[in-house]
Design a binder for this molecule. Structure first.
Ligand code: CAA
Length: 282
């Protein structure tokens, strides 16, 4: 894929990370947010994350400025019409994503690939809302995007082989390791990860251990870089609950039922790092 402009929709945790990595690859990036203030906030986050590399001497201030200079923001989805690829990273809500996909489908040229960074919504179902199901694909980056190697590339039932090949090559060009998977609830990453996190929340609810004890067991005992409860706080407890519900509804197996404590924390607005409080205080 010869990317002249790389489109990103949504400048939250995942969207700003995707824009960051695309600009670092050398692509001009057009980032669409719902209002100008959110666009500016996304740029500020990217600036802060690029500064980490400058502080550590891994990149220069000039390189940081060049990367930032490649990212423009807009509030109009129609402005992405000339992009070769658009990666959608808006809230995990099918109706919101559907609206984004249908607007992009109407605005973009027939060759534009529409990718979703969804962590669990069906790519096949999203694709079916457009007139280009063959050009719809999942491009699931991991958080924090600039650091994590994996891109889970999800093939919907109609995704064209050429689109899959092009997106795999694009992910490699962005310095990532793409892994192809088929479209089933939770794909591979979250089908395996979320039951582990859910079980950790059950351990906490049943008093098997404190958050620190549970996380330390998994960190030191299983060599995980962070424990499951700290990771849940990083992902966002609302996102964890949403994905568990997708697994529960989509696979129909009670083993995926979300832990009542997780539901209670989401009800309380304790969503993890983004709200300042989850299993830990931030
Ligand atoms: N942007 C840019 N760089 C970042 C960053 C960010 N947001 N966050 C961390 N970094 C960089 C740091 O600058 C540091 O760089 P150097 O190695 O060059 O020094 C490096 O990452 C490590 O960071 P820290 O030293 O601050 O902290 P750490 O060693 O504890 O690592 C971590 C932090 C990378 C988050 C690590 O704990 C980790 O890998 N955790 C697991 C993350 C994980 O599992 N992610 C997947 C979540 S699931 C998901 O995303 C999918 C889904 O659908 C839910």
């Amino acid at each position: 894929m010869d990317v002249q402009v790389f489109g990103v929709v949504g400048g939250g945790t995942m969207g700003n990370g995707i824009a960051h990595v695309a600009a670092q690859t050398g692509f001009p990036v057009l980032l669409c947010e719902v209002d100008a203030a959110l666009g500016a906030k996304a740029l500020k986050t990217i600036e802060k994350n690029l500064q980490r590399g400058v502080d550590k001497g891994k990149t220069t201030a000039d390189e940081k400025a060049a990367v930032l200079g490649r990212i423009k923001t807009t509030t109009r989805l129609e402005d992405l019409s000339g992009c070769e690829i658009v990666v959608e990273a808006v809230v995990e809500n099918f109706d919101v994503k559907k609206k984004v996909f249908q607007t992009l489908d109407a605005a973009c040229g027939p060759g534009t690939v529409l990718a979703s960074n969804t962590s669990s919504i069906s790519i096949t179902k999203l694709a079916a809302t457009t007139k280009r199901p063959g050009k719809v694909i999942g491009m699931h980056f991991m958080n924090p995007v600039p650091v994590m190697q994996l891109v889970e590339v999800i093939r919907g039932i109609a995704t064209e082989q050429a689109v899959l090949d092009a997106v795999m090559a694009l992910a490699r060009k962005m310095g990532k390791m793409p892994v192809e998977v088929n479209d089933y609830p939770g794909f591979v990453s979250n089908r395996v990860l979320l039951p582990m996190i859910n079980e950790a929340v059950y351990c906490l609810m049943e008093g098997v251990g404190t958050p620190e004890a549970i996380d330390t067991v998994m960190k030191l005992g299983m060599n995980h870089p962070m424990g499951p409860l700290a990771l849940a706080d990083l992902i966002g407890l609302d996102t964890c609950l949403f994905i568990l519900n997708v697994l529960h509804d989509g696979l129909g197996d009670p083993k995926y039922r979300p832990c009542p404590l997780l539901i209670k924390m989401v009800d309380a607005g304790h969503l993890g790092r983004k709200s300042g409080r989850g299993f830990y205080a931030y």
